[in-house]
Design a protein around this ligand. Structure first.
Ligand code: ZN
Length: 166
């Protein structure tokens, strides 16, 4: 069960990557995190000129690839982390709940992408809130939008306003 310690800037060895069963690899807490703390510091690896299956959307017209472990963090429909942009525009993962050492680090991909049209496989997060299909923010129930308030990519709210959604 020992993973490979990974340095994340000032956050040395706070998370590890290891097998997550049916969901491939995952990112796991290498120590406890109180709710509200930074679990993973986002670093932009490349700017993209369009959306791709691996892109993170960080603005209405801005798509990037994150470096490091961020792309290995799995989706959950009831995640223990949310997103908050850092000074570079990259997404940090922030603990939504207190996280204990060994727990898998997850966030909801709808916190990051407005639309997810063709996610290839059904969700396997296994939580009671699982919505089976991994959807974007556009298709997220209002109850979830409220629950995630303050821990999503801010551009999502700008797009909701532009499109007249609640
Ligand atoms: Zn799910």
């Amino acid at each position: 069960m020992s993973g490979i310690p990974v340095k994340q800037g000032n956050h040395d060895e706070l998370v590890t990557v290891r097998d997550a069963g049916d969901r491939g690899v995952g990112v796991f807490a290498a120590r406890d995190f109180p709710a509200g703390s930074v679990v993973l510091v986002g670093v932009i690896e490349a700017e993209l000129d369009r959306n791709t299956p691996h892109a993170s959307q960080i603005g209405i017209d801005r798509f990037v690839l994150h470096a490091g472990l961020m792309p290995m963090a799995n989706h959950s429909c009831d995640p223990n982390c949310g997103i908050r942009p850092n000074a570079t525009g990259a997404h940090n993962l922030i603990a939504r709940t207190s996280i204990t050492e060994g727990e898998e680090i997850t966030y909801d991909y709808a916190m990051r992408n407005y639309t997810i049209e063709h996610f290839p496989v059904p969700c396997q997060c296994g939580t009671a809130r699982c919505r089976r299909r991994i959807t974007g923010w556009k298709d997220l129930p209002n109850e979830r939008k409220s629950a995630y308030r303050g821990l999503i990519a801010p551009y999502l709210l700008d797009l909701d306003k532009l499109t007249g959604r609640p």
